[in-house]
Design a protein around this ligand. Structure first.
Ligand SMILES: C[S@@+](CC[C@H](N)C(=O)[O-])C[C@H]1O[C@@H](n2cnc3c(N)ncnc32)[C@H](O)[C@@H]1O
Length: 210
């Protein structure tokens, strides 16, 4: 049963999908993959999961580097935009990760999706469960902010006003990740005149998931 924030996020992205990639923020985020793919170990034998893949800002460039990408999202409208790109080694998956996944992945990436998910410890645990041992984790999101990034947070299904990456790192360790680190990876210039830094959290699945 989806919670209120999931329902609101789905309603928001159903409306936003059409123009999503044309927004000034999405256009800046199109450069994100070239910043952080060099931090990952990518090869054509791998199958990766993109959590909250949306219209494929990460999935599409990732599909150039790996064998297969599963683009998971709860928004059918966002995934339809991605599916229309007809990238042969991307499969879209409209699914609630909390219902479990049948595949195992070499890595999980996620960009700007975590702030929509209420139960982060449970999400990190699901991510750990779907990774092979030593599988890679790379999560990008906003540092803690005052709510001005999205403005109408509740209506957009935003449940976290960014994150303290140290706290996220500790939650990831609890969920069964190791070799954890974070750093600033990007800064978004917003139309409100402010800049919002993004962090990347990197880690690997340890032998024992939580
Ligand atoms: C801001 S968009 C980012 C999309 C893409 N990762 C990018 O960087 O352009 C957030 C995405 O997360 C998805 N999302 C929100 N809550 C989710 C959930 N619980 N499970 C999966 N996807 C979710 C939304 O539908 C939306 O496509």
């Amino acid at each position: 049963m989806p919670d209120t924030s999931q329902v609101l996020a789905q309603a928001h992205f159903a409306q936003a999908a059409e123009r999503f990639e044309h927004s000034p923020i999405s256009q800046q985020l199109a450069q994100l993959s070239e910043r952080f793919f060099p931090l990952l170990t990518l090869d054509k034998s791998q199958h990766w999961l993109d959590f909250g893949a949306g219209t494929g800002a990460l999935s599409v460039p990732l599909a150039d580097q790996v064998g297969q990408v599963t683009a998971l999202d709860t928004s059918a409208a966002m995934l339809a935009k991605l599916a229309a790109k007809n990238v042969p080694n991307i499969s879209t998956l409209e699914h609630d990760i909390f219902c479990g996944l049948s595949e195992s992945y070499a890595g999980v990436v996620s960009s700007m999706a975590l702030h929509h998910v209420a139960d982060i410890p449970k999400l990190l645990s699901c991510m750990r469960q779907c990774l092979i041992e030593n599988g890679q984790l790379a999560i990008v999101d906003l540092y803690s902010e005052d709510g001005s990034f999205h403005g109408d947070n509740a209506a957009k299904g935003v449940v976290h006003l960014g994150f303290d990456p140290q706290q996220l790192l500790e939650a990831a360790a609890q969920a069964g990740f190791k070799d954890l680190s974070y750093r600033e990876i990007f800064s978004i210039a917003h139309k409100n005149g402010r800049n919002y830094p993004l962090f990347i959290l990197l880690g690997r699945a340890s032998g024992t998931g939580a």
